[in-house]
Design a protein around this ligand. Structure first.
Ligand code: PEP
Length: 252
């Protein structure tokens, strides 16, 4: 049975004092369940402090982005090896805000995925359709294209050390959550796509749902057979809100 991963994407929020309180609250209230894994992804400047604050706890730390390059003249970028060096375990790649606001193509995302993996980080690959694409019934085609770019570059075996997050763009930060059935349909489709390459990888792959997940809707989403956790934005910024989702996961 797959573990449930409850991951917080803090985006560009937080400060030294607030982060310390948030992390302490999460550690203190983390459910006592071997099946539930917790991950927080703070902004770059706070990663080191959060790694230190979570040491010895069950909370892992990841970045929200990563360079596709190993090192060198790339002003403003952060190399995957640096993130691993300071104790990060995960790196989010291909978040819809990176794709839409910063023009990252699926090939760019694939390169970041590979660089993260090569450095020993576990990539959390975000995929998902816009509202227009859903209304045009292109959801599966969009998700397939985003996954194919990565699969073509790294191969299916790489996904034994990666996570996929299905995040419908129309549900991110909008308060509009996909219904458990809508999310399950896409999650099952994603798992089937992987099963077409490697049944074992497909069976072991954690596929998270992201898009306005909160305490009130988490149990319904997490009850679905192919939803293995959540990537959470807004509700990851306050310990009680994040823990409500983690507790729903532990009770499921
Ligand atoms: C996200 O940023 O990945 C996200 C899912 O945000 P929110 O939970 O706020 O919709």
């Amino acid at each position: 049975m797959r573990n449930i991963l409850v991951a917080g994407n803090w985006k560009m929020n937080g400060d030294t004092v607030g982060n310390a309180e948030l992390v302490a609250g999460i550690i203190a209230g983390a459910p006592d369940s071997d099946r539930v894994e917790l991950l927080v992804c703070p902004p770059y400047p706070y990663l080191g402090a959060v790694v230190a604050a979570t040491a010895g706890s069950k909370v892992a730390v990841g970045s929200q982005n990563v360079s596709e390059h190993e090192k060198g003249a790339f002003t403003g970028e952060v190399a995957p090896g640096m993130l691993r060096d300071i104790g990060c375990e995960y790196a989010i790649v291909g978040h819809s805000e990176r794709r839409t606001l910063y023009g990252e193509s699926s090939d760019d995302v694939a390169a970041k995925f590979k660089a993260a993996l090569d450095a020993g980080l576990k990539p959390v690959l975000c995929v998902g359709e816009t509202l227009d694409e859903r209304q045009a019934e292109k959801t599966e085609a969009v998700v397939d294209e985003q996954l194919k770019a990565v699969l073509d570059l790294v191969g299916v075996a790489a996904f034994a050390n990666a996570v996929v997050a299905y995040e419908p763009v129309w549900a991110i930060g909008t308060g509009m959550t996909a219904t458990p059935e809508q999310a399950q349909d896409v999650h099952a489709h994603i798992r089937q796509l992987f099963a077409g390459h490697d049944a074992n990888v497909a069976e072991g792959l954690q596929i998270l749902y992201g898009g306005s997940m909160k305490g009130e809707n988490a149990a319904g989403l997490l009850a679905k057979p192919d939803i293995d956790g959540g990537l959470i934005g807004g509700a990851s910024l306050k310990a009680p809100d994040f823990l409500a989702i983690a507790n729903a996961a532990a009770q499921g």
